[in-house]
Design a protein. Structure first.
Length: 120
């Protein structure tokens, strides 16, 4: 009979510890604001004018506010707010003859997302 009681106590302790771990992990992720953007770029040339299309998905847990864009280091006026889980499409234009562009997006938290795109 003593062995049966020990098994029940062990089972209860394991169940309570699993529930506590699950509860703590949910609290940690709910109160942690993460900014994580997934950005894909496409570029098209029309003479010396280049149009860059940016597909931006917010994979984080908080809204991301982009306050500035740069193409090859030159600032371009740009503002967008992307909520968690949303994808948005934005178009940037510049005049250049280079074949590769460095596109950087700066968020309100100061984080910079830089990517390179080839211009056909």
């Amino acid at each position: 009979m003593e062995t049966f009681e020990n098994l029940i106590i062990i089972a209860v302790v394991i169940a309570v510890s699993i529930v506590a771990a699950y509860w703590l992990s949910n609290i940690a992720t709910m109160h942690t604001d993460i900014e994580l953007l997934d950005i894909n770029l496409q570029a098209q040339r029309q003479g010396t004018k280049v149009t860059v299309t940016a597909y931006i998905k917010n994979r984080g847990t908080r809204p991301a506010m982009i306050i500035l864009a740069k193409i090859n280091g030159q600032p371009i006026e740009f503002q967008a707010t992307i909520n968690p889980g949303e994808t948005s499409t934005h178009t940037l234009e510049t005049e250049t003859s280079t074949q590769t562009l460095q596109v950087t997006f700066v968020t309100s938290t100061g984080k910079e997302y830089s990517l390179f795109v080839n211009v056909p």
